[in-house]
Design a protein around this ligand. Structure first.
Ligand SMILES: Nc1ncnc2c1ncn2[C@@H]1O[C@H](COP(=O)(O)OP(=O)(O)OP(=O)(O)O)[C@@H](O)[C@H]1O
Length: 273
C-alpha cells in the first residue's frame, strides 16, 4: 500500500491552500498532519478521497492515478479511504446501528438502503464493530443521545464498515474534552495497528501527534515544512511549524488533562492560535 503526492496544489482564488506538496506514505501506519489553523491540513486530506479536487499535480495509490477516477471507480475509491470528521456527521435521529450500516451506502442499491434492508450478515458485522469499539450497548439508541466521544466512535465504526485501506480523520478530537479525546485516539490507534490500516489524521495538538503517530507531517501556509518521526518534533521545530515566536509554549497546543491553565487558553489551543 503506497500513497504518493506529486507536486499537488490546490488554489482558491489567488491563494494556494496546498502549495506544491510532494510526499509518499508506504504501508500501514499512523500519520499525523499538524499546523496552525488555515495551514492547509483539511484541504490536503479532502483531496485524497476526492471531496475536493486538486488544482494541479498527481495523487497515486498503488500507482493508480486517483485524481483521474470518475463515476463508479471514484465511488469505489472513496469507499477505500473512509473519512471521519470533527463534527461526527452522523444522522442524529437515527439509531446507532443504522448509522454504522450507512457506511455501506456506496456499496449497495439505493432501493435496499431506502427501505433499510440490511442483510443479517451486515447487521452482525455492524454490531461486532460497535462491540470492538466498546459501544455495543448503545446500538439501539439514537445517535444524538450519545456523548461526543461515543458519537465519534460510531463515526469510526461507520468508517470501518467500509473496510477501508485508509482512514482519513479530519480533526477527529477537536470537539471533544480531553478524556473523550483520549478514548477516541486510543480507538483509532488500536484499529490502525490491529488491522494494518493507514490512518492519516489532522491534529491540532503536538502532544497528541507525539503520542499516537509514527510519522508527523507539519504544514505551514500550504507547504510541508516538517516530515519526520515524532521524537524529532522538538519545541524549536514546532515553533517553525506553528509560525510562533519565542513565547510559543508547548502547553498552548496541548490537550493533556490539567496541562492548560484555563478555558480561554484551551480554546486558543483548539483554534491553533
Ligand atoms: N472552499 C474554500 N474556499 C476558499 N478558501 C478556502 C476553502 N477551503 C479552504 N480555504 C482556505 O484555504 C486555506 C487552508 O484551509 P484548510 O481548511 O485546509 O486549513 P486547515 O489547516 O485545515 O485549518 P483548520 O485547522 O482551521 O481546519 C485557508 O486559508 C482557507 O481559508
Amino acid at each position: 500500500m503506497r500513497l504518493e503526492f506529486r507536486h499537488v496544489s490546490k488554489v482558491f482564488g489567488s491563494k494556494a491552500a496546498v502549495d506544491n506538496v510532494s510526499l509518499s506514505i508506504e504501508g500501514a501506519g499512523f500519520i499525523g498532519v499538524i499546523g496552525r489553523s488555515g495551514a492547509g491540513k483539511s484541504t490536503l486530506l479532502r483531496m485524497i478521497n476526492r471531496l475536493g479536487d486538486a488544482s494541479s499535480g498527481q495523487i497515486l495509490f498503488d500507482d493508480a492515478d486517483i485524481l483521474a477516477l470518475s463515476g463508479r471507480d471514484k465511488r469505489d475509491w472513496q469507499a477505500r479511504c473512509a473519512m471521519v470528521f470533527q463534527q461526527f456527521n452522523l444522522v442524529p435521529r437515527m439509531d446507532v446501528a443504522s448509522n454504522v450500516l450507512h457506511g455501506l451506502l456506496g456499496r449497495r442499491s439505493t432501493l435496499s438502503t431506502l427501505f433499510n434492508l440490511w442483510s443479517e450478515a451486515d447487521i452482525r458485522r455492524a454490531l461486532g464493530i460497535l462491540d470492538r469499539l466498546g459501544i455495543a450497548e448503545q446500538a439501539a439508541k439514537r445517535a444524538e443521545a450519545l456523548s461526543g466521544g461515543q458519537q465519534q466512535r460510531v463515526a469510526i465504526a461507520r468508517a470501518l464498515m467500509q473496510d477501508p485501506a485508509i482512514i482519513l480523520a479530519d480533526e477527529p478530537i477537536a470537539s471533544l474534552d480531553p478524556m473523550n479525546a483520549q478514548v477516541v485516539m486510543d480507538a483509532l490507534k488500536r484499529i490502525q495497528v490491529e488491522d494494518g490500516r493507514m490512518v492519516i489524521a489532522n491534529l491540532h495538538t503536538l502532544d497528541t501527534a507525539r503520542r499516537y503517530c509514527d510519522r508527523v507531517i507539519g504544514m505551514r501556509d500550504g507547504r510541508v515544512v516538517f516530515d519526520g518521526r515524532p521524537d524529532q518534533l522538538t519545541t524549536g521545530v514546532a515553533r517553525d511549524i506553528y509560525g510562533a515566536d519565542a513565547s510559543f509554549s508547548e502547553a498552548a497546543t496541548s490537550t493533556e488533562i490539567g496541562a492548560l491553565g484555563d478555558d480561554q487558553e484551551y480554546a486558543a489551543a483548539m483554534l491553533g492560535d
